[in-house]
Design a binder for this molecule. Structure first.
Ligand code: F6P
Length: 353
């Protein structure tokens, strides 16, 4: 078969591991031929591609980013976007397409599937918020990067008697904040799923310092919301990407100021930003990404189109793209309750209810 591959949306450590696994198994076991489309859906719209053979995927397993590069291009926002995608697929006589991406990329994959393209999806996002799958690759790497950053922030916070507010990614889901906050021993964890009361956050920090601790670590998700606000997250500017997403960011600085005003403890903000998405994937993500890639190429040869490889109870299974994109997987109450066990009753709880 002649198979196209593309990576769309924000990059994520492990993308190259998926590409490598798809190509190696496709060539070794199925005698496939591969073409990589460049920069997500832009590659199909503008007919930009590269040959993907064994040489092209050699040595890419530990590399972050994606050799196919990526973009947040949305065919429905481009003139004749979908027709041009279909024309490129026809021109290259592509039998099947493997689309590696998050909910945006996979929602386009679903539309192409409805137009008759043989598409298989692979879930990707550091946010871990894609429905139907237990974990997405990239999440573990991001959590490890944040955990290391929290460890480093700890020592400087301790040395200066400071409160440090660490802002992490995750958009509308608090998975990175929750996991890395637990792993890094944060004193307060704030996530988008539970708007927080800043007075309670300040009070819990004040009480902790009264008990003899003289520094605190607050982990805040970029999409976390003040309970008193209009229910909207803090944004960097009013711009939106082609899928309608706002550029989140900036809550750590506001929160640090509010905490300092209330507690009079010196407070600093650290925004980790794209550092969380860069560099080599962890061993866990390399293995998970490889398993997704191997699962996806098998799905292509079983004719499971309009489907996505998913991880369920540590098995790679096939679910429909429709199910995967139907809703975001946010942190559930059960997980919040578990994490709350670490904190005292007063506001320091994850939810700060
Ligand atoms: O979806 C992944 C993600 O890293 C989010 O956590 C973050 O809000 C967003 O992408 C940042 O997007 P960009 O790379 O376009 O700034």
């Amino acid at each position: 078969m002649k198979i196209g591959i593309l990576t769309g949306g924000g990059d994520c450590p492990g993308l190259n591991a998926v590409i490598r696994a798809v190509v190696r198994k496709g060539i070794f076991h199925y005698d496939d031929e591969f073409l990589g489309f460049m920069e997500g859906w832009r590659g199909l719209i503008e007919n930009q591609s590269m040959a993907l053979d064994l040489d092209a995927v050699s040595g890419i397993l530990p590399r972050g980013g994606t050799i196919l590069r990526t973009s947040r291009t949305n065919p429905s926002k481009r003139p004749d976007g979908f027709d041009r995608c279909m024309a490129t697929i026809a021109a290259h006589k592509i039998d099947a397409l493997v689309a590696i991406g998050g909910d945006d990329t996979l929602s386009v994959a679903q539309k192409l599937h409805e137009k008759g393209v043989n598409v298989v999806g692979v879930p990707k996002t550091i946010d871990n918020d894609l429905g139907g799958t237990d974990y997405t690759f990239g999440f573990d790497t991001a959590c490890n990067i944040v955990c290391e950053a929290i460890d480093r922030v700890h020592t400087t916070a301790e040395a200066h008697n400071r409160v440090m507010v660490v802002e992490v990614m995750g958009r509308d889901a608090g998975w990175i904040a929750l996991y890395s906050g637990i792993a890094g021993g944060a004193d307060v964890i704030l996530i988008p799923e539970r708007p927080f009361d800043v007075d309670k956050v300040a009070e819990s920090i004040r009480q902790r310092h009264e008990r003899g601790r003289y520094f605190s670590i607050v982990v805040v998700a970029e999409g976390a919301k003040f309970a008193t606000g209009a229910g909207a997250p803090v944004v960097q500017d009013m711009g939106k990407d082609e899928f309608g997403h706002a550029k989140l960011g900036g809550i750590a600085n506001i929160l640090a100021r509010e905490i300092e005003n209330r507690t009079k403890f010196e407070t600093r903000a650290v925004v980790l930003g794209h550092i969380q998405r860069g560099g080599s994937p962890t061993a866990f993500d390399r293995v998970l990404a490889t398993r997704y890639g191997l699962g996806a190429i098998d799905m292509v040869h079983r004719g499971e189109f309009g489907c996505m490889a998913a991880l369920r109870s540590n098995k790679i299974v096939s679910i429909t793209l429709k199910e995967a994109i139907s809703k975001n997987r946010v942190v559930d109450d059960e997980m919040i309750e578990i994490a709350d066990g670490l904190f005292e009753e007063i506001g320091a709880k994850v939810a700060s209810k």
